[in-house]
Design a protein around this ligand. Structure first.
Ligand code: 13P
Ligand code: SF4
Length: 351
């Protein structure tokens, strides 16, 4: 019988309740005391009471099932600090995916990240807790669009952001992330480089590059919303505030920032510089995750939520581990060319 999404979720919830002790309890609080100690300033205790049984069961089950949890920096603090074995930006997650020894990878992030892990580990099982977790950049371009750009700019190398499907990676010469995009573009032969699919990242890189950068006009629904006016208002409202932005923001927003970098670069900047007050111009969970570890820094929060990243929850991570779903697969014929584009990126980054 076909089950609709709600019925499925109810059935999954009932099965989890039958197998695990998911009621708030003192025992679950004690078992997760180390994790709660990190997030106590950003998660109220009554909320953690609800999270604790899931954190305990996930951490137990991942050992039992030989699984590793890779989590992006935009995961909520109970995931980021509670159950992640490795947390990082897209580049760090791709590199870590090449090193994991466990047989199963639970990717807490969006679908293109899980695909990247599968491309790098075709023999392992890669699970994503909710396969509907997409990305406005990844869905903005197809392999046919890449072919069209190649025809428009003959001979130009195609540098595609990792925020793309396996098919687009396979059609590209090399991938990049927000932390290595400039180095990757500069390393390409020829005067002209095609960057896809983030138009703002491409413009921000073009401003620093010796190459002529032509680009696809995709955008991130989180970062395209920030405006330079908004940032100027924060400077006026909070004198001395440090403003740090992600390079998926429009160029005029980046121009107002004191620092621009990948999510890992932004975290490192706060931990190193310890500003009194900071605005992280990016997805909302970043400030919560960093605030948990930097109680001396005051976070002003003009953030935007990524609805795709927020599809991942403790409940569906536990379900993923319990049921072995949802498995991420990449068509056989795309594996080798997509892998070549990602591995070339890692090689250039390491060189
Ligand atoms: P990072 O590589 O900087 O983590 O960016 C990934 C992403 O999706 C940001 O929106
Ligand atoms: Fe994609 Fe933007 Fe969400 Fe990152 S934040 S996953 S780029 S939509």
């Amino acid at each position: 019988m076909f089950l609709n999404a709600n019925t499925k979720a109810e059935a999954a919830r009932a099965e989890l309740a039958a197998h695990y002790d998911l009621e708030p309890s003192e025992a679950a609080m004690r078992a997760t005391a180390a994790q709660y100690d990190i997030v106590k300033d950003v998660i109220p205790e009554p909320d953690w009471m609800g999270f604790a049984p899931y954190v305990r069961e996930i951490n137990r089950l991942k050992k039992e099932k030989d699984a590793v949890v890779l989590a992006h920096n935009y995961m909520t603090p109970e995931i980021f600090h509670g159950v992640a074995d490795v947390a990082g930006d897209s580049l760090q997650l791709a590199i870590e995916a090449t090193k994991v020894r466990q047989q199963t990878i639970i990717q807490c992030g969006v679908h293109f990240m899980a695909e990247t892990s599968k491309i790098l580990n075709p023999q392992k099982t890669v699970l994503i807790p909710d396969s509907r977790a997409g990305c406005s950049l990844a869905s903005s371009i197809t392999a046919a669009d890449i072919a069209k750009m190649r025809a428009d700019y003959p001979g130009a190398q195609v540098v595609s952001y990792v925020n793309t499907t396996a098919a687009v990676k396979a059609a590209s010469d090399i991938c990049c992330t927000s932390s290595n995009a400039l180095a990757i573009v500069e390393a390409q032969p020829g005067d002209t480089v095609i960057m896809t699919p983030d138009g703002y990242l491409a413009q921000n890189i073009a401003a620093q590059s010796t190459k002529r950068v032509v680009y696809w006009e995709g955008a991130c629904i989180v970062h395209e919303q920030f405006t330079a006016e908004e940032l100027r208002a924060f400077r006026e409202g909070y004198p001395g505030v440090a403003i740090i932005a992600h390079p998926e923001c429009p160029p005029e927003v980046v121009a107002e920032a004191d620092f621009t970098g990948s999510t890992a670069g932004m975290i490192q900047w706060v931990k190193t510089n310890r500003p009194e007050k900071v605005v992280m111009v990016t997805e909302c969970s970043m400030s919560d995750n960093v605030a948990a570890e930097t109680p001396d820094v005051d976070f002003v929060r003009p953030c935007n939520i990524c609805p795709h990243m927020k599809r991942i929850s403790l409940e569906n991570i536990l379900w993923s581990l319990h049921s072995g779903t949802e498995e991420v697969t990449v068509p056989e014929e795309l594996l080798a060319p997509a892998r070549r584009a990602v591995e070339r990126m890692i090689e250039v980054t390491n060189s």
